[in-house]
Design a protein around this ligand. Structure first.
Ligand code: DOR
Ligand code: ZN
Length: 464
């Protein structure tokens, strides 16, 4: 009758706890019952544990294809399962990028065979290079449209230039505000979220040159060259353009109190503007640099304690829709250098849920908040909530089982990513995912991964 029964656990919805058993049939949640129903082929006993809708990480750079010496999809999706994540949304800045329907199909084929958990695909916005592809990408099934605001683009490969200097050959400089406006116009014709990396590159170039000229080398110097203003300037411009065009603007990885406040105000005005943040902005601040070192370099950079406090408030009052990892591995060799020359980014997909669960243990969040921020919130924002992010009957049987009594640290060497660079090596966590179930397949149990891939492409509800 049922393929799997999860019994004796406490279900954690976004708005309440419920003592009930979950019954899975053909990869879907087939029944939820306070009393035991007969006829299950396999029983999972979740006594003393919490049963969450499978966690979603909406911001993952698996770098496959193009940067597979740093990370690939086989590794990132195993890391996801190990950390209690059942779905990831893969960023489009691969080589080639997901910039048109043909590349969407190619990426679907490339990732499907390696996928250990389910995955959605972001589409990339490259200004005049692919404005006409935004609607076709939306119709094809991208989860959202991403614009790396402030980045230059290689004319031939469409790669993002992380270390752009004016005058570089074959490089399209960062798009002007006029060009960005046209991207917003095209995005507004789709029903997709238009998500931006919000950092003003002109300001950063100017201020960083100044800091470099006086020989600045510290983390504070880095922040002087890449200040909060860089983020708030771009968010303000973005909100103005969203107001003018009607685009569904989403601000990625917000790192500042000004960013949260701007999104809050825009929402009060009734604009369809959303924002997310990441664990590094919630659990680290500038004062941690002394202890953590260059591993904590990310863009936008981790700011100050007051920014961290404002981000927690933004989560509490619902200004921010969800938390995601911005999983962006670089090799240990690449990360081992001076602060200025090393690349920005760290592993995150495997530590996202443990860190958020630890925040529950510390009394910062309720269990239901974790369900809202890692499951229901992202599923609703990206229009996959009929399939994901809930324990409702008929939805995919994606489940993360959590034991709040497991107390152990995050250990860098034990991460499942290809490059294992994290700012949280040794960070003590109370509350760990102990089982990851993807459409009824147990992909992780007690830290042990399954043998086989089972992941599939997620299409938005209206296309699936
Ligand atoms: O720190 C970062 N690293 N921020 C980004 O936005 C990109 C990422 C990467 O791809 O390395
Ligand atoms: Zn990113």
């Amino acid at each position: 009758m049922w393929d799997v029964e999860i019994k004796n656990g406490t279900l954690v919805h976004a708005d309440r706890l419920e003592k009930a058993n979950v019954y899975i049939k053909d990869g879907k949640i087939a029944a939820v019952s306070a009393t035991e129903l007969p006829g299950a082929e396999k029983t999972i006993d979740a006594s003393g544990q919490y049963v969450f809708p499978g966690f979603i990480d909406t911001h993952v750079h698996s770098r496959d294809p193009g940067g597979t010496h740093k990370e690939d999809f086989a590794h990132s999706t195993r890391a996801a399962a190990a950390g209690g994540i059942t779905s990831i949304f893969e960023m489009p800045n691969t080589k080639p990028p997901v910039d048109n329907p043909a590349n969407f199909d190619a990426q679907k084929a490339n990732l499907s065979e390696k996928a250990f958990v389910d995955f959605g695909l972001w589409g990339i916005c490259l200004g005049h290079l692919n404005n006409d592809q935004q609607l076709p990408l939306a119709k094809k099934g991208v989860i959202g449209l991403k614009f790396f605001w402030g980045y230059a683009v290689h004319q031939k490969t469409f790669e993002l230039m992380y270390n752009y200097k004016p005058g570089m050959e074959d490089v399209i400089p960062p798009f002007t505000d006029g060009e960005v406006y046209e991207m917003f116009e095209h995005a507004a014709k789709t029903d997709k979220v238009f998500a931006i990396h919000a950092e003003n590159s002109a300001l950063i170039q100017q201020l960083t040159a100044r800091v470099e000229a006086r020989g600045g080398k510290t983390y504070r110097d880095l922040l002087e060259g890449r200040p909060s203003l860089a983020e708030s300037l771009t968010i303000e411009t973005g909100i103005s353009m969203a107001r003018a065009t009607g685009a569904r603007l989403h601000i990625l990885h917000i790192s500042t109190k000004e960013g949260v406040e701007l999104v809050r105000k825009a929402q009060q005005e009734g604009l369809p503007i959303t924002g997310e943040t990441c664990p590094h902005y919630l659990f680290l601040h500038e004062g941690d640099y002394e202890k953590v070192g260059p591993k904590m370099k990310v863009y936008p950079p981790v700011k100050f304690k007051e920014d961290q406090d404002a981000l927690w408030e933004g989560l509490a009052d619902g200004t921010l829709s969800h938390v995601c990892s911005d999983h962006a591995p670089h090799t240990a060799e690449e990360k081992d250098g001076d602060l200025w020359s090393i690349p920005a980014g760290m592993c995150g997909v495997e530590s996202l849920a443990p860190l958020m669960l630890n925040a529950v243990s510390e009394g910062r969040l309720e269990l239901t908040d974790v369900s809202r921020l890692l499951a229901e919130g992202p599923a609703k924002l990206f229009g996959v909530d009929k399939q994901k992010g809930t324990l409702a009957i008929g939805s995919d049987a994606d489940v993360t089982i959590v034991d709040m009594n497991v107390h152990k640290p995050i250990v860098e060497a034990e991460l499942h990513s290809k490059s294992k660079v994290t700012a949280y090596d040794g960070f003590p966590v109370k509350g760990w995912p102990v089982m990851t179930i993807v459409r009824g397949h147990v992909q992780m149990a007690e830290g042990q991964l399954a043998e086989k891939e089972c992941g599939q492409l997620i299409l938005p509800d209206d296309l699936s």
